[in-house]
Design a protein around this ligand. Structure first.
Ligand code: FMN
Length: 364
């Protein structure tokens, strides 16, 4: 059976209307090879390393189209030295985290990590923006914050601009700034989310987009869901959580176990990770921030200045009780370790099965 395609497949030169977000270059390359559109997240990389990361990915992609995603919230400090920011943290929060470190016997991190050495700041964002504009990425995607100047500069370089939106108000703002493609990212999604579920959000964003392409994100783990979203007006689906099951993601074994063992109801929206509402898979660390004696998490980027070394440590040491990651309700789709190629093949065959089912179920 022929691939099921939408107009954006031709715009971007991809085989399947499946968009894959990942921070991991190996996943990005594998998604492109499997015929999807990969989007490389650079929100966890030190600015000094970004040009080399982008160059290496482009070499491996060998001309295949890809996008770059930046998370650019407003109201962050100008400079990113976490040592300076650390000194200004509220003593109550510092004491609470010290208590958790002792209670859970958190090992000190041994390896360097973005979460220890960097805090989100304007200086960091500017370095990321420069690298993205100089790259050959076909698409530039922004999440959380919208920057009119980045959108204008990206468009003037012939790049397609995309924006993750969680409300109609947010979508209108993006459209006013000239964004080409909206990603309707629902509450079900892994990572930072708004308050509206994907199924309710999508038709509202399709309506607001007035003909501009819309992708659906959040809670999607099967090809039937992809086709359902296309039926509701999307031109494709944008997935994040699912790829963590792929070998190419190098997911720490303890996290892989947690993802496999978790269902949709094991994910929660918490501010404990970044300071902004973020859907994560629960662990003892996340739960501890919900206990009655816990202080309210700090805002972005201070919560990560406060706890970034713990996040780095529990990943480095594979702490089975504490390990967590951003993950959506789509975690139900993670049942074993697999590969990106196998995942894409399954998504595509499920789309085709759903297409046939529609033909059998629906009468005109
Ligand atoms: C581990 C992880 C990290 C993420 N980091 C980002 C990010 O840096 N920027 C971004 O725009 N979206 C990020 N997201 C959200 C994805 O872009 C996407 O919207 C989301 O994963 C879709 O929902 P799903 O997880 O149910 O597939 C992240 C998602 C996950 C699972």
């Amino acid at each position: 059976m022929a691939a099921l395609r939408t107009p954006i497949c031709d715009t971007l030169g991809i085989r399947h209307p499946i968009f894959g977000f990942s921070h991991e270059p190996d996943v990005v390359v594998a998604i492109a090879e499997a015929g999807g559109f990969p989007v490389l997240g650079l929100g966890r990389d030190a600015p000094g390393q970004i040009p080399a990361i982008v160059e290496a990915v482009e070499r491996r992609l060998d001309g295949r189209p890809y996008g770059i995603d930046l998370m650019l919230p407003a109201k962050v400090p100008q400079q990113a030295d976490p040592r300076g920011l650390k000194a200004a943290l509220p003593p109550e929060h510092v004491a609470f985290v010290e208590g958790l470190r002792a209670r859970f016997a958190v090992k000190p991190p041994g390896a360097p990590s973005f979460f220890i050495t960097h805090a989100r700041s304007e200086a960091l964002f500017q370095a990321q923006i420069d690298a993205v504009l100089q790259s050959n990425a076909r698409a530039v995607v922004t999440a959380i914050g919208l920057r009119a100047s980045l959108i204008a500069q990206a468009r003037s370089r012939g790049k397609l601009t995309m924006s993750l939106v969680g409300t109609v108000r947010h979508a209108r703002k993006a459209l006013d700034m000239g964004v080409d493609v909206l990603v309707a990212q629902g509450y079900d999604a892994g990572g930072h989310t708004g308050p509206i579920g994907t199924l309710s959000l999508l038709p509202q964003i399709v309506d607001a987009a007035q003909g501009k392409p819309v992708l659906a994100a959040g809670g999607i783990a099967t090809g039937a869901q992809v086709l359902g979203c296309i039926g509701a007006g999307a031109q494709g689906a944008w997935l994040g959580t699912l790829w963590m099951a792929a070998r190419e993601n190098h997911t720490p074994p303890a996290l892989m176990r947690r993802l496999i063992d978790s269902g949709s109801d094991d994910t929660v929206i918490s501010r404990a990770h970044s300071g902004k509402p973020c859907r994560v898979v629960r662990s003892a660390w996340i739960d501890a921030w919900d206990e009655p004696q816990a202080p309210a998490p700090l805002g972005m980027p201070y919560q990560q200045v406060l706890t970034g070394d713990v996040f780095a440590s529990i990943h480095e040491h594979g702490d089975a009780a504490l390990i967590y990651e951003a993950a959506g309700q789509s975690v139900f789709g993670i049942t074993r370790e697999t590969t990106v190629a196998a995942q894409m093949e399954q998504l595509v065959s499920e789309m085709q099965a759903a297409w046939r089912r529609l033909g059998a179920f629906v009468t005109a």
